[in-house]
Design a protein around this ligand. Sequence first.
Ligand code: PLP
Length: 372
Amino acid sequence: MWQAEVAVDLDAIRDNVALLRAGTAAEVMAVVKADGYGHGMVPAARAALAGGASWLGVCTLGEALQLRSAGITAPVLAWLLAPGLPLHEGVAVDVDLAAASLGQLAELVAAAKLAGRPARVHLKIDTGLGRGGATQDDWPALLEAAAKAQADGTIEVVGVWSHLACADEPDHPSVDRQRAAFLDALALAERSGIRPRYRHLANSAATLTRPDTHFDLVRPGIAVYGLTPIPGRHFGLRPAMTARARVLLTKRVPAGYGVSYGHTYITTKETTLAQIPLGYGDGIPRAASNVGPIQLAGAVRTIAGRVCMDQVVLDCGDDPVAPGDVAVLFGPGDHGEPTADDWAAALGTINYEIVTRFGSARVPRVYLRGER
Ligand SMILES: *Cc1c(COP(=O)(O)O)cnc(C)c1O
């Protein structure tokens, strides 16, 4: 018997990737960073590969090494690397690594020497996100150093890439500007003798709406998990995660009864309260106090009062509800339950943040396969 769980529909992940793949001539890199957006990195990666992804994308070296330890041999790119990491451990197991500065490139060269084999490198240009990537000013020097290291045999430039700032607004003029800047960066690379096998720019939103950004490889993340990158637009994806818990205790209380810390909710009439064993320690944002939607006993209810570390309370009125009943925080929405999009809208955030928070070690994940 379970008390609270996160169910992950691996067939949905597989099918979402198949849908993304059918929509592009490019290869698909499924992004499985942040523990697969809270879905479990390794199972999500395997499901994505089964759906036709040929690459996996992660942020950290640790994530990439974990994929390799799990026996996953598909190409993996890791792109967020602080100075001083043991990058040779990645090079040794064929992890592709990103570089956006001379310093980062020098670390990759040193790692290649330590590992005794060339480092596979993806050079990153900042085309306008203003986060990672070399500036246009610094790009020529990075290309020159990379061309030299490639000629020496210490690195192989496998990719040139960048990341979009506003792809979730497909008509935003910055998308065209970034694409143009990316083409300029590629032309300069070519002039330095760098012809990468993989040019990549598109996240989920661009994968779904801007084929002109696909190049050789697309990098969808949120869409892999069945969630829309563009609120209000639906692309036939299927949400993979369901978060649910069983009612612990129910009780009748009179009108005027203060509920949970601070008594920010007070009953207006005699009613039944239900105690649900999930709280902010499990991923429910505390900001969901008095706003987060949860389905229980045939209706979607709003959390009554503050979200606690381990629990929340629902006011069920006179509806029949009993200990052991299942409360659904969010799921695909098939049975009237709220979705991660509903949670994001209620909280003024994005669906990404909702599912990623539910990766807590305390709530067991169960993987569904072949259930539909
Ligand atoms: C997270 C990430 C992605 C995936 O973004 P989504 O919006 O989830 O598709 C792609 N590329 C990079 C560099 C990322 O950091």
